[in-house]
Design a protein around this ligand. Structure first.
Ligand SMILES: C[S@@+](CC[C@H](N)C(=O)[O-])C[C@H]1O[C@@H](n2cnc3c(N)ncnc32)[C@H](O)[C@@H]1O
Length: 160
């Protein structure tokens, strides 16, 4: 994959499809075997300013699709911003048994998603949102004790 300030190669695995109605809403599923390590998607991101996020995004459903986006400030500290993910990045549902991993490229403002293991035809491709879900996990038999009272999910809790 070529990644330089002038050239970022965009890759999307062809062996996937979006299914509109699943217990988790829309979800991404394998239409053919996807070997471990395969790049599933390379997604550009839009990093939001603190005020922009607070004033305009946090109150909308879009917020629940945003990821934490840490940046280094001039004084060497880390500031946690939010970022909107384009491409399929916002369509991956959560599973505790995630089969997709993602890595941030802070410098190039992209996230790359890769198969963590071989994924078989018909399997859903899922990432992990971390331990503190704010929605009821469709995979869980009983309601997770970490679910927030408002039942709203947020990817903001994602830990990597
Ligand atoms: C980033 S979106 C993923 C795409 C989403 N399914 C859609 O149709 O837009 C996150 C939302 O998907 C749903 N979701 C993701 N993982 C889930 C899970 N394990 N159980 C139930 N719902 C899930 C929740 O409604 C959550 O708010």
């Amino acid at each position: 994959m070529v990644t330089s300030p002038e050239h970022i190669t965009l890759i999307r695995c062809p062996n996937i499809t979006l299914i509109p109605e699943t217990p988790k809403g829309r979800g991404i599923f394998a239409t053919a075997r996807i070997p471990a390590g395969t790049v599933i998607d390379v997604c550009p991101v839009l990093v939001l300013g603190v005020e922009e996020n607070r004033e305009h995004i946090e109150k909308t459903s879009l917020y629940h699709y945003t990821y934490n986006w840490p940046i280094k400030t001039r004084d060497g500290k880390t500031e946690k911003l939010q970022a909107v993910i384009f491409g399929l990045g916002s369509m991956f549902n959560h599973s505790r048994e995630q089969n997709v991993a993602w890595t941030r490229d802070i410098d190039h403002l992209i996230i790359t998603y890769r198969a963590l293991r071989d994924i078989e035809v018909g399997e859903e491709l899922c990432i992990s949102y971390g331990d503190h879900l704010t929605f009821v996990d469709a995979d869980a038999h009983t309601q997770d004790k970490d679910v927030a009272e408002d039942g709203i999910m947020t990817l903001s809790n994602i830990q990597v």
